[in-house]
Design a protein around this ligand. Sequence first.
Ligand SMILES: NC(=O)c1ccc[n+]([C@@H]2O[C@H](COP(=O)([O-])OP(=O)(O)OC[C@H]3O[C@@H](n4cnc5c(N)ncnc54)[C@H](OP(=O)(O)O)[C@@H]3O)[C@@H](O)[C@H]2O)c1
Length: 270
Amino acid sequence: MKIDGAKIADKILTNLQIELSPHIFGQLAVILIGTDKNSQIYVNQKIKTGRKLGIPVSVYRYNTSISIDKLTKLVDKLNLDNQIQGIIIQRPVPLNLKPDKLNLMIRSDKDVDGFHPRSLFDPPVALAIAEILKSIHPLNYLNWLKNQKILIIGRGETAGKPIAKYFSKKCLQLHIAHSQTSNLKKLCLACDIIIPCVGRPNIVRHDMVKSDSILIGVGLHPEENKLRPDYQQEDIGDKVGFYTPVPGGVGPVNVAMLFKNLIKAASQTL
Ligand SMILES: NC(=O)c1ccc[n+]([C@@H]2O[C@H](COP(=O)([O-])OP(=O)(O)OC[C@H]3O[C@@H](n4cnc5c(N)ncnc54)[C@H](OP(=O)(O)O)[C@@H]3O)[C@@H](O)[C@H]2O)c1
């Protein structure tokens, strides 16, 4: 069965609109470096959702010649700006900057993407997966989840790593696979929930899933001018129990959870 991420996101945004009182004033600053097509799409989705909620989103666009010093000064300024409650540096950042250093730039109380090691916020992509899984099993969600074997494929900075960090806090049966994993098919068949976070075609194939598998597609790659998940959704969708499509799967829920974090940040400054 196809999971309707857009519908889940709409429900979250409707609840946020109710939560947003005139006293809660939020503003999001997004720093976008370079011309990566996917990053532009993600930033546009954030602007669109901000408009829907009446939350201003300011985008600071730079080309890849921006120096790390200039970027640091900009982030420092935004960190001190009381009008701004959330800051994002859109990943991937095409600069020679180590992830550890990048993750520390934004103040932990404004880091709505949850990259700072002491961020007050869980990463929206991990929260999005939790919301999607809750939509499958709303009753006793955590008890149900504790009995599921979860496989995260990928340990990258923006997807696999933050998702694994979030779910490992919940003491779940978690398995992580990566480019050096030799028995991926066996692992996939042994797990109930598969979360591919790679960004390449055919990572999970038809013969790697069970009829009751839950497939949550995070990784994306472009194909014929469209974004596609790490599996052939037309082929695999008929076989598994549940799967998220692209578009309309994890993406919209991710953006909705980002704004949930932003509203939390704004309400903490009251
Ligand atoms: N849908 C959303 O809302 C959302 C949010 C965030 C990210 N994303 C997408 O998620 C994807 C991953 O992002 P990222 O920043 O985490 O990427 P990344 O840093 O490039 O990490 C990719 C991971 O995939 C692993 N990998 C590569 N080839 C593999 C293979 N054949 N089998 C198994 N694992 C393999 C790599 O293993 P090694 O560690 O061994 O190199 C690495 O851990 C991207 O497509 C990104 O656009 C989507």
